[in-house]
Every structure is written in structure tokens, then in C-alpha cells.
Design a protein around this ligand. Structure first.
Ligand code: TV1
Ligand code: CA
Ligand code: ZN
Length: 388
């Protein structure tokens, strides 16, 4: 007995496709789809798949992707040829640079992670799942006709559009260390989607350079989207205590005012301590506490992945969060099972690595208590303009 049982009274659906994991952005590129293999290996070595409905996800059709993306952009994505090593001719749609290279199988990659998020959203709509999970999704920077920040197709927007067919209001929450600009922009003029992104903000010194506190929606009060974008700009080194308090306080107020009928939580793992690109000091416990809080609201919940550039820590976080979704987090052995595939990746510094202990240098916390309380005060005032 490994402590894993199917939860009574609710269903978790897990959407996977090993084809996605095989794509390569290039050797030095920080985005490694292979981190999904590591996550899946950890989830399965704990036996968590026994407690979920596991679905092999399919490719989204071009028609489904046209719900958000332009036809010409999709056509270019589908037919773009991998450039020769010395070819520096500029490509359209922000493709072919170092952040968004054109690699082998690019369109398959995009349509597969999009298909998984669409499938997951439909499981919630059909009441076949209470929590649906797609760790390969969460690619929040992609625009209608532009690739950006390692993201080509915006699976989150596609999933939210599915949810809006059934649910009147969707709350989008983004705990990736980067601003969720693509999702925010897509629903900028809508009062049916409240977007909330927590991120590092340092003007143009940190990608994508947007997401300050005063970015709350269209300035025109007559626009239904006014006040429906919420941004939490943070500095380096925020710790679990501050992060969890901020998350629960702000999400609690959002739920009270907006009364969402579904929640999408982007669980970008680059907000963890020790991330190759991130700057925060959040631990697996703190990151997971956000998932646990959303689950406690008892509203249909879609969990997607996102960033995360230290693969062993990405796998820890997403395996821990899968266990929270199932409700077996308190019952599992924190020591990573001996038979976990690629277990050697978890043992760089200790012989008995655990699920929650991540290895990263602590960063000094540059977020003063006053900064944190000023953010909450400003968002509380903003939410007075938001009604269900
Ligand atoms: C190739 C090889 C690409 C090494 C990119 C870090 C690389 C980065 C690389 C990198 C890198 C960024 C910018 C600058 C915009 C550019 C999945 C004006 C060591 C959701 C995307 C971050 C985050 C993009 C995606 C950012 C997500 N940072 N090494 N690139 N130009 N791009 O700053 O939110 O996590 O860094
Ligand atoms: Ca974010
Ligand atoms: Zn990120």
C-alpha cells in the first residue's frame, strides 16, 4: 500500500501525451519539454495515476486553434521550415529568434499541448472531472498572431474559450514568475474573465516588461473589461510566508467579488527558488499551497503548467500538486521512490532526495511588508468595481 487511493466524491483527469515531451527547442534553450517526462515519471512512481482518469491527449484541430489564433499565423506555424544553421533572415510573427525558434515538429508540439488543454476544459464542462490537469500547457505569452517568450499557441486562452461556452465567469490565476500578458490581452475587454497574474516586475529589465499594479484593464469605463485585469508586481526573493498570504488574500477577495464559475490556475514552476530564470524564493510547499487553496474553493478547476527551468524542481512541484489535486499529499512518503525513472537527477546534493526539498540558493527578499500591504490595498480598491 503506497497511500494512494482514488478520491471519493470527485474526479481528477490527467491529460498527457508522450509525443509532446520529445520536442527540442535547441541545446542551450532553457525550455525543455523533457521536464514533462521527469514529472510524469515522478507522478507514476508514486502510483498517483491509479487515482486519476488518465487521457492520452490529441492534437487540437486547426479550426479549434482558430478560436483565438489568426488563420495566416497558424498557416505559417504549420508550414515553417527549420532554418539552416547560418540562416539569419528575419522571420514573421516573432518566430525564428532565440526565444521562439522554429524546431522540428513545431506545429505538432503546439497542437498537442493545445489539444490537451481543450480536452481538460471539456472534462470540466461535461462534469466528468472536478479538477483537470495538463502540465504540458500554460503557455501564457502567445498572442493571436505572434509567438512570444517560448510560447507559440495560447492553450490557456483556447481552454478558457471552451469554459465560457458553459460557465458565465472564469477566474484566471497565473503564478508563473512572468506576467501572463497573452491571456490578459486576449480577455482585456471582457468582464466574463477576471485575470490575475503574480510576477516579478522590474520594467523592461524583466520579461515581458508589463504587469505593473496600475494595469487594471481598459481606461474607458464604458468598456466591460475595465478593472478586470489584476496585476501583482513583486521584487526578487519573495518567500513562502508572504507569497501564500498574498495569494490567499487576493484570490479570496477575487472569488468574493467576481464569484467565478470555473478557475484556471497556471502553475508556472519558475516562481520556485533555484529556478534558472526566476528570482523568487517560493518553495514546493508554498507553490502547492496555492493549488490547495484553489481546490478548497470547490469550483471546477483547470491546472496547467507553464515556465519552470530547473527540471528536477519542476517535477517536484507538479508531482506534489498532482497529489494535492487527488488529496493524497499527506499520505505519501516524502522520500522520492527508489524506482523513479531518472532518479539520479534528484540526487545532485543528497542521497535521499525528497519531493518538497528543493535545492536552490536563497535570494535576499526585496519585498518589504509595506510593499505587500500597499498591493493588497490597491487591489481591494480595484475590486470594488468588479461585480458578479
Ligand atoms: C536560447 C538559448 C534562448 C538560451 C532564452 C531568458 C534563451 C533565454 C537562452 C531567456 C535565456 C528570456 C527575453 C530579450 C526579449 C528577450 C513558458 C528583447 C538564460 C512561460 C519567457 C522568457 C518565459 C523570455 C516563458 C525572455 C514563461 N529570458 N537563454 N529568454 N528580448 N526573453 O528577455 O513565462 O516561463 O536565458
Ligand atoms: Ca505570473
Ligand atoms: Zn515564466
Amino acid at each position: 500500500d503506497n497511500g494512494i487511493v482514488r478520491p471519493k466524491g470527485y474526479n481528477v483527469s490527467w491529460h498527457v501525451n508522450p509525443e509532446i515531451e520529445k520536442h527540442h527547442f535547441g541545446n542551450s534553450h532553457p525550455m525543455k519539454p523533457w521536464r514533462l517526462t521527469l514529472s510524469k515519471g515522478l507522478i507514476m512512481s508514486y502510483g498517483m495515476h491509479i487515482a486519476m482518469d488518465t487521457y492520452l491527449s490529441r492534437q487540437a484541430t486547426e479550426e479549434e486553434m482558430r478560436d483565438f489564433h489568426s488563420e495566416d499565423y497558424l498557416e505559417y506555424l504549420r508550414t515553417a521550415k527549420v532554418a539552416m544553421p547560418d540562416d539569419e533572415t528575419p522571420k514573421p510573427y516573432n518566430l525564428g529568434g532565440s526565444d521562439c525558434p522554429i524546431f522540428e515538429g513545431l506545429f505538432n508540439y503546439c497542437s498537442m499541448y493545445s489539444g490537451a488543454s481543450i480536452d481538460a476544459a471539456r472534462k470540466l464542462c461535461n462534469n466528468e472531472a472536478d479538477i483537470a490537469i495538463n502540465w504540458s500547457g500554460g503557455l501564457h505569452h502567445a498572442k493571436k498572431a505572434e509567438a512570444s517568450g517560448f510560447c507559440y499557441a495560447n492553450d490557456i486562452v483556447l481552454a478558457i474559450l471552451q469554459l465560457l461556452r458553459k460557465y458565465p465567469r472564469v477566474l484566471y490565476i497565473d503564478i508563473d514568475v512572468h506576467h501572463g500578458d497573452g491571456v490578459e490581452e486576449a480577455f482585456w475587454s471582457s468582464d466574463r474573465v477576471l485575470t490575475l497574474s503574480i510576477h516579478k516586475y522590474d520594467g523592461m529589465n524583466f520579461f515581458p516588461g508589463t504587469g505593473d499594479l496600475d494595469r487594471t484593464g481598459p481606461d474607458d469605463e464604458a468598456n466591460p473589461g475595465a478593472h478586470h485585469s489584476i496585476n501583482v508586481p513583486l521584487s526578487d526573493g519573495i518567500d513562502d510566508e508572504q507569497y501564500i498570504w498574498l495569494f490567499k488574500t487576493i484570490v479570496g477577495k477575487c472569488v468574493e467579488r467576481f464569484r467565478p464559475s470555473a478557475i484556471v490556475l497556471q502553475c508556472g514552476a519558475d516562481s520556485l527558488a533555484g529556478d534558472r530564470l526566476g528570482r523568487f524564493n517560493v518553495q514546493v510547499q508554498g507553490h502547492g499551497a496555492c493549488v490547495a487553496y484553489c481546490k478548497s474553493l470547490k469550483i471546477p478547476l483547470l491546472l496547467v503548467g507553464g515556465g519552470g527551468y530547473t527540471p528536477r524542481n519542476v517535477a517536484r512541484a507538479w508531482a506534489h500538486e498532482t497529489s494535492i489535486a487527488i488529496g493524497c499529499d499527506a499520505n505519501i512518503d516524502p522520500i522520492i521512490p527508489q524506482h523513479t525513472p531518472y532518479r539520479s537527477h534528484f540526487r545532485h546534493e543528497t542521497l535521499f532526495p525528497t519531493l518538497e526539498q528543493i535545492l536552490g540558493d536563497p535570494r535576499p527578499n526585496k519585498n518589504s511588508p509595506k510593499k505587500i500591504s500597499d498591493i493588497v490595498q490597491s487591489i481591494t480598491e480595484q475590486l470594488r468595481f468588479v461585480n458578479a
